[in-house]
Design a protein around this ligand. Structure first.
Ligand code: PMP
Length: 307
């Protein structure tokens, strides 16, 4: 992140973070980056977002993120007025201008400015916001000691209501689950679907390893098809580990040899306990460690280069 040296009235120097935020084709200083209160993204959560990692000047799996934007947009009947290439270039430019060689990009696409009614037909045109920033990572010991999860009462949204495959600006379902987890002293939690099967975590996908196979809920269970999820499955195939997408219950996780979660921010984090039941050895399992190692090798070369 770029910094600017500021001289205060008292004469002492301080560093202020400089950030240029992309909004609809232009870059604005952070304090001037503003959107209308009539934008339906704000009024109704009518829009999409993405969270993308940058590793050593490589925007990891940018194309896959842009494909997910296109699929999400199609699902909510939002016509994107930009080509994939235009969106990609805007992301690259946002990283360049902000000196983000390692960090995180938040992309937000809203329905645009409308009136106070629900109808998107009265919205002018979609808006795109791109914020390239630094990222706060999990402490390194999490990757060896793992994290503990709890199942929360809030169920993952039904695929028949708003399919969780859509990375929409409506994240209240996930936020309610997160609040329940935090109230119980956990940072992340497991959500079940309407049928009581495992869906995913509040902001991550879940995997188990059982008898040498990698098992994860299928998208129809109601989950975001994570970019890291796909990358972890790719790594498993390269390592010769069979991958199964199927219905899964909490029982499967309690009795797994290993478990882990995946997400752009988390990467691959071992799960060592669910609902007070120790999973496997209670430490990062051997196959999880291999997957994490291969994943970390891939991230620096599998994406769009900034420089
Ligand atoms: N599930 C949910 C609900 C998420 O919000 C996310 C993203 N934080 C994920 C899974 C992981 O997706 P990705 O690997 O694309 O970051």
């Amino acid at each position: 992140m770029m910094k600017r040296n500021l001289r205060s009235r008292g004469g002492s120097d301080s560093m202020e973070e400089l950030m240029e935020v992309y909004i609809d084709g232009k870059f604005y200083q952070k304090e001037d980056a503003k959107v209308s209160v009539f934008d339906h993204g704000l009024l109704y959560g009518d829009g999409l977002f993405e969270g993308i990692r940058v590793y050593d000047n490589c925007i990891f799996k940018l194309d896959a993120h842009l494909e997910r934007i296109e699929y999400s947009a199609k699902a909510i009947a939002l016509d994107l007025p930009w080509s994939r290439e235009e969106i990609a270039q805007a992301h690259i430019e946002a990283c360049r201008r902000n000196g983000v060689a390692n960090g995180y990009i938040r992309t937000v696409i809203t329905r645009g400015v409308g009136d106070l009614g629900l109808s998107p037909r009265n919205c002018s045109s979609p808006s795109m916001i791109i914020i390239a920033d630094s990222i706060k990572l999990y402490p390194p010991e999490v990757y060896t000691n793992g994290i503990k999860l709890i199942t929360v009462p809030t169920r993952r949204m039904s695929v028949a209501a708003l399919p969780p495959m859509v990375k929409s600006l409506n994240y209240l379902n996930n936020i309610l689950a997160k609040i329940e987890a935090l109230n119980c002293g956990y940072d992340e939690c497991l959500l079940l679907n309407d049928q009581g099967n495992v869906a995913e975590c509040s902001g991550d996908n879940i995997f188990i390893i059982h008898k040498g196979k990698l098992i994860t809920p299928a998208p129809a269970s109601g989950l975001l098809i994570g970019i890291t999820r796909s990358a972890a499955m790719e790594c498993a195939r390269e390592l010769g580990i069979p991958v199964i997408e199927t219905d899964m219950t909490r029982y499967d996780i309690w009795n797994a040899d290993e478990a882990f979660i995946t997400g752009s921010a988390a990467e691959v984090v071992p799960v060592v306990e669910l609902d007070g039941r120790k999973i496997g050895s209670g430490k990062c399992g051997p196959l999880t460690a291999q997957l994490l190692e291969l994943f970390r090798k891939k991230v620096r070369c599998d994406g769009a280069m900034i420089a």
